[in-house]
Design a protein around this ligand. Structure first.
Ligand code: 13P
Length: 251
C-alpha cells in the first residue's frame, strides 16, 4: 500500500547552523511520538551530510532539492546523484517548478536526473503542475499528463514504482492561494488514472502523490482527507517546527 508522506522543501533558506538547529529541533519533537506518516526534509546540498548525522534518519528522511543530469566530470558547480547518496540522503526532489522556470530544466534533462537518481538508490520526489495561464485555459490535465509522459513514462514499471510524485500547481506555490481540496483530489485522481493506463492499477494504487502549494496547518487536514492525496510537499510552513508539526499531525 502507498505511504502517507509529509515532506518539507526548505528551498534556499537557512544557513548551515540554522538548518542544523531546525533539523535537530524537529528530531527532538518527533522523538517518542507516534505519527501516521513518513516525514522527510529537503535541505540545501551543503546541509545534507551534517543533518543526516544529527538526526534519527529512521524517523526523518533526508532529501536533496536537486541533482545533476550528468554522472560525473567537468560540470563546475554541479552535484551528482552519487554525491547526494554518499551523504546518506535517501531522497531527491526533482522537477520542481522553480527549477523548471528559473534554471530551464527541460523534460529531457529531468528524465536524465531521474535515471541517475534511481541508479544511485535515491527516491525521486518528482514534481509536476501547471501554471495559472494553463489552468485558466483549461489545459491543466493535458500539461500534467505531458509532464509525466515526457520525463517518467519511459521508466520500467519496477523503476516507476520507486517514485514519489508531488502535484504542485504553480499558482499555489508561495502565494497563499491553496488549491481547494476538490481541485487537488480531481487532479490527483487524474494523475493516478494516467499512471494506471500506463503501468496498471497496482502500480498506480501504490504510488504516493503529494500535494504542494501553500499547504499549512489550517488546510492540511482537509487536503489530506481526500482519497488520492497521500500527503504534502511543504515549502514555507516547513521552515519552523511550530508550523510543520501540525501538518505532520494532520494525518
Ligand atoms: P509553499 O508551501 O511555500 O507554497 O511551497 C510549496 C512548494 O513549492 C514545495 O515544494
Amino acid at each position: 500500500m502507498r505511504k502517507n508522506i509529509v515532506a518539507g522543501n526548505w528551498k534556499m533558506n537557512k544557513n548551515l547552523q540554522e538548518g542544523l538547529a531546525l533539523a535537530k529541533e524537529l528530531d527532538a519533537t518527533l522523538k517518542g511520538k507516534k505519527v501516521n506518516c513518513d516525514v522527510i526534509i529537503g535541505t540545501p546540498f551543503i546541509h545534507l551530510a551534517k543533518v543526516v548525522e544529527a538526526i534519527d534518519t529512521h524517523k526523518i528522511g533526508v532529501a536533496a532539492q536537486n541533482c545533476a543530469d550528468k554522472a560525473s566530470g567537468a560540470y563546475t558547480g554541479e552535484v551528482s546523484a552519487e554525491m547526494v547518496a554518499s551523504t546518506g540522503a535517501k531522497y531527491v526532489i526533482l522537477g520542481h517548478s522553480e527549477r523548471r522556470a528559473y534554471y530551464h530544466e527541460t523534460p529531457e534533462i529531468l528524465k536524465q536526473k531521474v535515471i541517475l537518481a534511481l541508479a544511485n538508490g535515491l527516491t525521486p520526489i518528482f514534481c509536476i503542475g501547471e501554471v495559472l495561464a494553463e489552468r485558466e485555459a483549461e489545459k491543466h490535465f493535458e500539461i500534467v499528463k505531458s509532464q509525466l509522459q515526457k520525463s517518467l513514462f519511459e521508466l520500467s514499471s519496477e523503476d516507476f514504482s520507486k517514485l514519489i510524485l508531488a502535484y504542485e500547481p504553480v499558482w499555489a506555490i508561495g502565494t497563499g492561494k491553496t488549491a481547494t481540496p476538490e481541485q487537488a483530489q480531481e487532479m490527483h485522481a487524474f494523475i493516478r488514472k494516467t499512471i494506471a493506463e500506463k503501468y496498471g492499477d497496482e502500480v498506480a494504487d501504490n504510488t504516493s502523490i503529494l500535494y504542494g502549494g501553500s499547504a499549512n496547518a489550517s488546510n492540511a487536514k482537509e487536503l489530506f482527507a481526500n482519497p488520492d492525496v497521500d500527503g504534502g510537499l511543504i515549502g514555507g510552513a516547513s521552515l519552523s517546527v511550530d508550523k510543520f508539526m501540525p501538518i505532520i499531525e494532520a494525518f
